[in-house]
Write a protein that binds this ligand. Structure first.
Ligand code: PPS
Length: 377
């Protein structure tokens, strides 16, 4: 406005200097502000195309974690549009309860720019149902470098159509160097799962807990019976395990609890997609008898420092199982929940023997395939 009057402003003039400073700061401030807005808008949403089922992978075959949620192509439900809006920020959701619980732990880290991110799993406990999979995961969670989804995610068998972005959101936030894990025991017996896991990352480490298939079948039956409202209406284990009217001589291989125990059959499907080196077979029996020893094997396999040792366990005589001195969420001694370590119904010795005879050749085949003798009777 001074120029309007044909006068050149002099910087020595206090009033003009003040006006100049005000204009400069206004320009600088508004430029900073618009950058912030732009970054926020860009950060809030990212348009991605989702047309095929392949997750992102780097040239080496590793899932490229940085690109997940940015360019990766996840399975799409039929009713979805091919264009999806996916939040770019994959860290904890501040509105979410899980985040609120963990917030104090992570706020400090965030402030230090060590931002935890949700990542696809590096290792999976794929089975076997009723063999000790929960015990294994809870024991592993003691380790500071392991973070695992609390409940079974069932992504690869039930919710695959929801895509990898959905799966990643189910994972806990982890820091660089921490291993992300989840356990869903039905993965081991679902035929589509091995290829899907391989497509996510062929280097995924697979943990398989196995237990004497006869005890496992009885445990499976006990769980099913415990869920029935009318237990008297449920057939006995013997009736279900053998083909009707054969005098308990022909094992019913179509019954789930029997079929699951033919480990060699299920394993052969996994071996078509993963080499044996990517798998660790954990003995369900040893996990009870000597948890520290079995956990040493597990930590070695996962490339972890041996942090979980004898001092983390105590034997609870009432429960009849090893329990934990403390865990991720509980600082005091405790056992697994009451759905773990149930009392099994009495099964006649002849019935047990018949089942053992049935499983023996399959067990030997399994020992040959894994190179481990589990010593089941
Ligand atoms: N420490 C400890 N505490 C309690 N229970 C233990 C433990 N270690 C292994 N187990 C055995 O785990 C069996 C349950 O196996 P899963 O956790 O794989 O079951 S499930 O598939 O997740 O439902 C469970 O089977 P049941 O005894 O039939 O209940 C246990 O035998």
């Amino acid at each position: 406005m001074l120029l309007w009057k044909g006068r050149i402003p002099r910087l020595t003039d206090k009033r003009n200097l003040f006006i100049c400073l005000a204009v400069v700061s206004l320009v600088a401030y508004s430029s900073l502000f618009s950058k912030c807005i732009a970054r926020r808008v860009h950060g809030a949403f990212l348009v991605i195309q989702t047309t095929t089922e392949k997750p992102p992978r780097s040239d080496s075959g590793d899932v490229d974690k940085k690109r997940i949620g940015v360019e990766h192509r996840a399975p799409v439900a039929e009713y979805q549009s091919v264009v999806q809006l996916i939040p770019l920020w994959s860290g904890p959701d501040p509105q979410n309860d899980t985040y609120k619980n963990e917030s104090s732990k992570y706020r400090l880290l965030e402030n230090q720019s060590l931002r935890p991110l949700r990542r696809l799993p590096d290792a999976l406990v794929i089975g076997v149902k009723k063999s000790g999979t929960r015990a294994l995961l809870e024991f592993l969670r003691i380790h500071p470098d392991v973070r695992a989804a609390g409940s079974e995610v069932h992504f690869f068998d039930k919710y695959y159509h929801r895509g990898f972005a959905w799966y990643r959101k189910k994972m806990p936030p982890t820091l660089d160097g921490q291993i992300t894990m989840e356990k869903t025991p039905s993965y081991f017996i679902t035929k589509e799962v091995p290829l899907r896991v391989k497509q996510m990352n062929p280097k995924t480490k697979l943990l398989i807990v196995v237990r004497d298939p006869v005890t496992r079948a009885i445990s499976d039956y006990t769980q099913a019976a415990s869920k029935k409202k009318n237990r008297n209406g449920m057939k006995s284990f013997e009736c279900l395990a053998f083909v009707k009217d054969t005098g308990f001589s022909v094992v019913d291989t179509t019954w789930g609890p029997v079929r699951i125990g033919v480990y060699a059959r299920h394993l052969s499907k996994w071996l078509k997609h993963f080499p044996l080196e990517r798998m660790l077979f954990v003995s369900g029996e040893r996990l009870i008898a000597d948890p520290a020893l079995e956990m040493a094997r597990v930590q070695d396999f996962l490339g972890l420092k041996r942090v979980i040792t004898e001092k983390h366990f105590y034997f609870n005589a009432t429960k009849g199982f090893p329990c934990l001195m403390k865990s991720e969420g509980r600082p005091t001694p405790h056992c697994l929940g009451k759905t773990k370590g149930r009392n099994h119904p009495y099964i006649d010795a002849q019935i047990v023997k018949r089942l053992r005879d049935f499983y023996r050749p399959f067990n030997y085949r399994f020992y040959q395939m894994t190179g481990m003798n589990f010593g089941w009777p």
